[in-house]
Write a protein that binds this ligand. Structure first.
Ligand code: PMP
Length: 344
C-alpha cells in the first residue's frame, strides 16, 4: 500500500493512502478549517477498494478463500466494482446482486470488470426473497466454493477503515482533527475511522450523515427500529432500511439528515468551487457541513475532516445531467436562475 514508488506490481498496490485536500471556497462562509478525504483517488475510484481488499485478504489468510472460488456480494455499485477489481487480479469469480436503484453506468462497469450481475428490485423489504440481500444469500447457498462478503453485517468492514483510513486521517492532520463528518451506509467507514480517532483523542466529535427515508438516525437516538422512517429516496449508498451491524452506533456522537435535492446541488457546487468532481454522497456530506455550521457545531478553531466517498463520473446520467435534475424537479426558481446564468 505504498504510493511513493514509480512502478507498481499491480493495481491493488495503489489502494489507500488517499489525499486530504483543504476546502477553500465552498467553506469560505463557514467557521473553521475544512479538509476532504478524497476517496476517488483509490484505483477503483471509491473508499470501497479498502474493504474489498481487506476482507478478501483476511479470508485468504484464514484459508476460507481458495484459488478459483467465487466471491458474492450485495452492493449499490461501488463495493461490487472494488470486489470485481480485486477478483480480476487475484483470480476469483465474482457474482453481484445489485439494487435496481443503481445507475446503468454502474451496472455496465461491473460487467466490464468481469462480474456476473443480478439486478434486484429496490423498493422491497430486506427479507423479501426478491431483495438483493436474499438473492445473494440464495446464490451463496447454491454456489459451491463461494464466499459471501456481506458488508452490512461484517465487522471486517469496520476493521478495514480502522487499520487504514483512520490512521491516514490522524497522520495527515497531525492529530489536530476536531470533527469527523462521514456518510453512513453500511457504517463501516465512519465506525472504523471513529474507533481509531477516538483511541487517539476521545474528544474528536464524530457526525454521521443519513438520508431522509432511512432509519439510521432515528435508531441512533431511540434504539428502536421505526418503519415509519422508511420511504424511497434517490441518493445511492447513503442511509438504510435496516440496521447494519457494521455500524458501531455507540462511537458516533450524532447523525444529521440531508435531502436528495440539496445534496445534488451541493455536489455540483463542489465541482465549480473546488475543482473536485465527486459523487452524490460527497454532496450529501458537504451539505451536512453547511447544516452543522448553521447549527453552531463549529468554531474558528475547528479542524473538520469530511469524507468524499467516490468519483463524479459514476453519476453522469443522474446529478450531473441537467435533464435528470429537471425530471426530479430539482431546478426550483433559485437554482434554475443560477444554472441559466452560468450557461449564457
Ligand atoms: N457513499 C457511497 C457512494 C457509497 O456507496 C457508500 C456505501 N454504501 C457510502 C457512501 C457509505 O459508506 P459506508 O458503507 O462505509 O457507510
Amino acid at each position: 500500500m505504498k504510493k511513493n514508488k514509480q512502478v507498481f506490481n499491480n493495481v491493488l498496490e495503489l489502494v489507500g493512502n488517499t489525499p486530504l485536500i483543504k476546502l477553500n471556497k465552498i467553506t469560505s462562509s463557514l467557521k473553521g478549517n475544512y479538509f476532504a478525504k478524497i476517496e476517488s483517488f483509490n484505483p477503483g475510484h471509491s473508499s470501497k477498494d479498502r474493504i474489498a481488499l481487506y476482507i478478501i485478504e483476511e479470508a485468504e489468510r484464514k484459508g476460507i478463500l481458495k484459488p478459483g472460488d467465487t466471491i458474492i456480494e450485495t452492493t449499490s455499485g461501488n463495493t461490487g466494482f472494488s470486489i470485481a477489481m480485486v477478483s480480476v487480479i487475484k483470480g476469483y469469480k465474482c457474482i453481484l446482486a445489485v439494487s435496481s436503484k443503481s445507475s446503468a453506468d454502474k451496472i455496465d462497469m461491473l460487467k466490464t470488470m468481469g462480474a456476473q450481475v443480478y439486478v434486484c428490485p429496490a423498493h422491497v423489504s430486506a427479507d423479501d426473497p426478491r431483495s438483493y440481500y436474499e438473492v445473494a444469500k440464495r446464490l451463496h447457498r447454491e454456489t459451491e466454493g463461494s464466499v459471501y462478503i456481506n458488508q452490512y453485517f461484517n465487522e471486517l468492514n469496520i476493521d478495514a477503515h480502522y487499520h487504514t483510513t483512520g490512521p491516514e486521517i490522524w497522520n495527515q492532520t497531525e492529530g489536530k482533527i476536531t470533527h469527523l463528518v462521514a456518510c453512513s451506509g453500511t457504517g463501516g467507514t465512519i465506525s472504523g475511522i471513529a474507533k481509531y480517532l477516538k483511541e487517539q483523542n476521545k474528544d474528536v466529535q464524530v457526525i454521521g450523515v443519513d438520508a431522509y427515508g432511512s432509519v439510521i438516525k432515528k435508531y441512533h437516538e431511540t434504539h428502536e427500529f421505526d418503519e415509519k422512517e422508511i420511504y424511497p429516496y434517490r441518493i445511492e449508498g447513503l442511509g438504510k432500511n435496516l440496521i447494519p451491524t457494521a455500524t458501531d452506533f455507540d462511537i458516533i456522537d450524532q447523525f444529521i439528515k440531508v435531502t436528495d435535492e440539496e445534496s445534488a446541488h451541493t455536489a455540483r457546487e463542489i465541482a465549480k468551487t473546488e475543482g473536485l468532481f465527486v459523487g452524490y454522497t460527497s454532496g450529501a456530506a458537504m451539505q451536512a457541513l453547511k447544516q452543522l455550521n448553521e447549527e453552531g457545531t463549529f468554531n474558528e478553531n475547528s479542524n473538520v475532516v469530511v469524507v468524499f466517498p467516490d468519483h463524479g463520473s459514476r453519476y453522469m446520467s443522474k446529478i450531473y445531467s441537467d435533464s435528470w435534475m429537471n425530471e426530479q424537479g430539482f431546478f426550483d426558481s433559485q437554482h434554475e436562475q443560477e444554472e441559466t446564468a452560468q450557461s449564457i
